[in-house]
Design a protein around this ligand. Structure first.
Ligand code: ZN
Length: 238
């Protein structure tokens, strides 16, 4: 009688352990069979090239072994021609961000818009030999009329879906830049950053330069692949 009870207890324990094992296997299975989501991030830098700030950004990108996209102001390209060339030589993608960084592109005549774009194209091609077909409107201001004109000229318009407002120097210390991005993670991100600021002189960029390596390391640890905007699809590419 006693033996019979022990046998039943042992059988029950073995069955129970078997069940636990089966449950633990089935709990793992869905994760193993699910295709991992593709996390891609494009770092984009506007309003440069901008002297030592742009140089610092390029150095960080090289050290981290990643590439980014730079939307250049024609006037700054003329001032920092060799830096523009270095961006291309490093393998970064460059785009057109107008010549003078006008406040409101949609209010301008088509002739004026064309001249903003073509003057920048001339500056970029004289420095690098490249005619870029990527364009970002200053302040993201665009209308169907401007979009139509740019498409006619063969441009792809690149907006963004993540904005840490890093240009606001006092309002965006480095930890705020990092936190604003990491608290709004998406599978595909185009982050709007600034290595310069339109045509200002002496504009400090140390908040961004301090934030950048921290941000890149966290995104890498989270499984993100760094891409230039020509590799991305989404409603921010128009
Ligand atoms: Zn800008």
């Amino acid at each position: 009688m006693h033996n019979r009870k022990s046998q039943l207890l042992i059988i029950s324990l073995v069955l129970f352990a078997g069940m636990l094992f089966a449950v633990s296997i089935s709990a793992r299975e869905p994760m193993a069979s699910t295709t991992p989501s593709l996390k891609e991030v494009a770092l984009t830098f506007d309003d440069g090239p901008y002297g030592t700030s742009t140089q610092a950004v390029l150095d960080i990108l090289q050290k981290e072994d990643i590439h980014a996209t730079f939307f250049l102001i024609g006037r700054n390209v003329e001032k920092y021609s060799s830096l523009t060339k270095e961006e291309v030589n490093d393998g970064e993608l460059i785009g057109n961000h107008t010549y003078d960084h006008p406040k409101n592109l949609p209010l301008m005549t088509l002739a004026h818009i064309r001249s903003e774009i073509s003057k920048t194209d001339t500056a970029i091609s004289s420095s690098t030999g490249i005619h870029t077909k990527f364009f970002r409107p200053p302040y993201g201001r665009i209308t169907n009329r401007v979009r139509g004109e740019l498409h006619k000229e063969g441009y792809t318009i690149v907006m963004w879906n993540t904005d840490p407002r890093d240009w606001d120097y006092k309002g965006a210390p480095s930890d705020a830049i990092v936190n604003r991005i990491l608290s709004h993670l998406k599978d595909r991100m185009v982050i709007d950053l600034h290595d310069g600021r339109d045509t200002h002189v002496g504009y400090p960029r140390d908040n961004l330069i301090k934030a950048l390596p921290i941000l890149i390391d966290k995104l890498k640890a989270d499984g993100y692949t760094f891409v230039t905007v020509d590799k991305l699809k989404g409603n921010f590419i128009q």
